[in-house]
Write a protein that binds this ligand. Structure first.
Ligand code: ZN
Length: 237
């Protein structure tokens, strides 16, 4: 979410110690993901839920109401991002996220296949509302094909207008989960229209391309459905 001018100004003043931090983390080993170093003796100050200072001493940002967290013996790193996962297979998405967060994953990209397959578009909305209520940030991809193969299952499916409505939701970052990628290679017009709708909206295309090679892999890349680039690997999701 974009920060306002007032929010940016508060962070600047927080870094300078003119506004006192809400939280200071001291004593931990800082994982510098830019340099690959693990740094001792670094302190971190947080204001309004954002880091405003990282350096050798955050003492200038400490006020009477500042919480100080002693992280001795721990590593401090940015939150992990899971770039492709499913959070609706085994339990409700919210409960799955409860298990994720304590292990350091603070954001993930998830498909809403499971509720969409059971409830259709209503399931998509249920999924979006549920994950929005959790502090872990979920970037949702709406199912490109649900069910993956209509010849093999008789579960709910999404119409073109429902896919369009899903793509219009700001919580949805794109299309996902084309497991039946042969349909794309064969020029399935329904899929092509969905890809077109996503691209028109500036959204991503996310999918599986397990076991594809050479011409078929290029065909999927041309169809913009192989952006997760799993083609030369076994399916990992
Ligand atoms: Zn997947």
């Amino acid at each position: 979410m974009a920060r306002s001018r007032a929010q940016i100004e508060r962070l600047i003043r927080g870094a300078m110690g003119e506004i006192k931090a809400d939280l200071i983390i001291i004593g931990g080993k800082l994982v510098n993901v830019y340099s690959g170093e693990i740094l001792d003796g670094m302190e971190i100050a947080v204001l309004d839920g954002r880091i405003c200072y990282v350096g050798p001493s955050a003492a200038h940002t400490r006020g009477d109401a500042t919480e100080v967290l002693d992280a001795r013996g721990l590593y401090v790193s940015p939150g992990f991002i899971d770039a492709h996962t499913h959070i609706g297979h085994f339990c409700r998405p919210y409960e799955y996220l409860q298990a994720y967060l304590p292990h350091g994953t603070t954001a993930l990209v998830a498909s809403c296949d499971e509720p969409a397959t059971v409830f259709g578009f209503k399931g998509v909305k249920l999924f979006l509302d549920e994950v929005e209520a959790h502090p872990l940030r979920v970037y949702t991809v709406i199912s490109m094909v649900a069910p993956q193969d209509p010849l093999l299952c008789s579960t709910a499916s999404l119409s073109q207008s429902e896919v369009a409505a899903g793509l219009d939701d700001p919580r949805v970052i794109g299309l996902g989960e084309i497991v039946s990628w042969l349909r794309l290679v064969q020029g399935d017009q329904e899929l092509l229209e969905r890809i077109e709708m996503a691209l028109e909206r500036g959204k991503i295309i996310h999918g599986h391309t397990a076991r594809t090679r050479d011409q078929k892999l290029c065909a999927i890349a041309a169809g913009r459905a192989g952006e997760t680039a799993l083609g030369i690997l076994d399916d990992v999701a």
